[in-house]
Design a protein around this ligand. Structure first.
Ligand code: NAD
Length: 259
């Protein structure tokens, strides 16, 4: 019997086999959940997502093209979900975007208005847009989970506008938790340590961050994406039934170090 047996949900954010969302998908499928996979539209994207899912044993995935900056795409995803399921139990939001030209140490103050607005829209507002649609499909409790990073709390060189977007995402999580709690819906974030993915590689100076964490984190290493997957199972399942509005660090303890 799996911890998520009988649970249905959506995992947003698989780009390829390195994506944190792919590792979360693997972990929730192992616990017997049934999932759909909304992904950035485009033939090339779809091919990569399909290949990533094949790699974790999903041969006939339920793929849902969706650019989260478009309300019509989100509406179409939830209309498809409604056709297939009477209700869902969880949603994983594992996506973000900011123009990489401004993810370089020393360039935050130069961020143009449209770069700022796009980063906040795709990386933070999308959680609100997803939650407002998911709520109607979660009549019997539910769990919504988003991915964040330490750069929301502290100024990490190069993380720049994405740090501002993650701060907004974490605040959205608390406000959503407060409002959706009366419907039995929990909303939490995982703050993951650095992991080598497409998005991470867009951050200038990321290699130094990996080296620094491996030296300074209490566990003296970087984390594995599979560790995020396991924590996701905890936050999506009844194991965390009393937990909402929280940010759970999966970062080898790096965030507690003050020196
Ligand atoms: P990734 O590049 O594999 O995933 C990012 C995803 O965002 C991709 O699937 C991409 O298609 C999607 N995306 C971007 N714009 C979109 C849009 N408009 N509509 C729909 N989808 C869109 O990288 P990842 O590291 O797996 O990132 C997943 C999440 O984890 C992000 O929120 C990221 O900020 C967060 N995170 C990553 C790290 C890390 O070190 N990799 C650490 C902490 C948090």
């Amino acid at each position: 019997m799996g911890l998520l047996e009988g649970c249905k949900g959506l995992v947003f954010g698989i780009a390829n086999d390195r994506s944190i969302a792919c590792h979360i998908a693997q972990a929730v499928l192992q616990e017997k959940a049934v999932c759909g996979f909304p992904h950035l539209p485009g033939e090339k994207n779809e091919r990569r997502v399909r290949k990533a899912l094949e790699g974790i044993g999903v041969t006939d995935p339920w793929l849902l093209p969706c650019d989260v900056s478009k309300d019509e795409d989100l509406d179409a995803v939830f209309a498809s979900v409604r056709e297939r399921f009477d209700a869902i139990d969880f949603v994983v939001h594992s996506l973000a975007f900011a123009d990489r030209a401004y993810l370089k140490p020393g360039r935050f103050a130069e961020t143009p208005r449209e770069v700022f607005a796009q980063a906040l829209d795709i990386s933070a507002y999308s959680l609100v847009a997803i939650a407002q649609r998911a709520k109607a499909m979660m009549p019997r409790n539910g769990s919504i989970l988003a991915m964040t990073y330490f750069g929301a709390e502290k100024a990490v060189p190069g993380y720049n506008v994405m740090g501002v977007a993650k701060a907004a995402l974490e605040a959205c999580t608390r406000y959503l938790a407060l409002e959706l709690g009366e419907s039995g819906i929990r909303v939490n974030t995982i703050s993951a340590g650095p992991i080598k993915t497409l998005s991470a590689m867009a951050v200038g100076g990321i290699d130094e961050i990996f080296e620094w964490v491996a030296k300074k984190a209490p566990l003296r290493r970087n984390i594995h994406a599979g560790e995020v997957g396991k924590t996701a199972v905890y936050l999506l399942s009844d194991l965390s039934g009393g937990v909402t509005g929280q940010n759970v660090f999966v970062d080898a303890g790096y965030n507690i170090v003050g020196l």
